[in-house]
Design a protein. Sequence first.
Lengths: 420, 77
Amino acid sequence: MDGVIIVGGGPAGSAMGSYLSMAGIPNIILESANHPRPHVGESMVTSSTRVFKEIGFLETMEREGFIHKFGASWHAPNGKEFAIEFAEFPQQGIDQDYTYHVDRSKFDLLMLKHAEKLGSKVYQGVHVKNILFEGDQAVGVRVKIADVETEMFAPVIVDATGRGTLIGNQLKTKKKDTYFNQYAVHAWFENVQRGNGHTADFIHIYFLEVERGWVWQIPITDEITSMGVVADKNVLRGDHADIESFFYKHLSTNPDLVSAMADARRINEFKTEGDYSYSLEKFVGNGFLCIGDAARFVDPIFSSGVSVALYSAKYASMEIKRAFELKDFSAEIFQPYEDKVRSGVSVWYEFIRLYYKLLPLFTHFIQSKKHRLEVLRLLQGEVYERGEVPVLDAMRQYIKAVEASDSHILKDRLTGVPID
Amino acid sequence: MDRKSVLTDYIKKEILRNDRAKISDDQDLLSDGILDSLGILQLVAYISETFGIEIPDQDVVYENFHSITALDTYLSQ
């Protein structure tokens, strides 16, 4: 076909299909699962709204009644809680002061249907075995449908396979993060006491006393709440426990969490997620681009995942459009996409590293008049086309001052996370 | 209100969240569990907003925060 083959029908693939169809570029989406299917990553950041608006999907988000997320709340182990509200930092081009929590099986299906409505040809239950290359030029894919293998060809292949990282694995360009090796155990519950008043539907993050340990509380419907324990994989290994005992053991260490879960009843199986944080050496090559988690994945503490998927689809589609205009499908044409998204996700990554390096500092910055709005800007997903990010420099300076001092009150709170 | 009373008031209301708590000027705020590291950071932000005094990062040490009197002396420098 004279168009684009998109491998993967999650939010990245569906957003890509939508943008391409709007630009008049024929595209097909090959999805290995049959939607709806469950997926982790249920909370969003406000910057996603821009993409929903651009592809005409915002009406669907509203119509389907996804829970509105107006802010975020953190719970320290000593029971102190502090919260932020998105209303405090309005964003250009976004008219609502909330984003969404979603049931991903429903959200991903709706996005895929939306892409189809805009013109993508969608095939589900199609397993892409590998990308076909002529020399170093990607030219197509080998697919397996039921027991039949066949080949499909197109001038541009988009890898939107998520953490499956089809191209990263095939070309061996996937580099695991040397430090972050997080692990998550999560499930859905009924009867979680989400809190009182207007913060009840915020995302709640509970700090745990173990290395980079925290718990998410994400409302999925009025009745259902997603709960997940995240910690360094060594914490789980050290516990020598099955995942259920691991989950409940850590849940019991934060008093706010204990009261939230007092009457909770689990309604689905525990699921686990591993292999956190990696990057491909190259997001693009001749004839191909990798987007969303297929390019880079960072720790989910700030709910950045879906936003990165959507923005990488947006920026990649711009360069694909240019490639079709110029009839040039070389890596050089796609490179501006990689530069933009790599530096954007690096901002997330830096923020995550500094956060884990000295947890009380984040609390301090969020409460300080001087830094608060700049931290909100990051938390709300404004990471692209930024150049300098002064608030990250300020965090780094602060950490250096603590490291250099013998008696700073936060000295014993520094972790081993490398920040240089 | 003098600065010591303003500081004491803030610690009672915003950090301990207990108006009726008793804090004397020379009481050890740290070993008595009144201030932890997060509480001190809260206080640093409050001092900057209320008195316009920016406490440099390297001065956020226990010696300067161990009592209301110590803090007041530090802020007078």
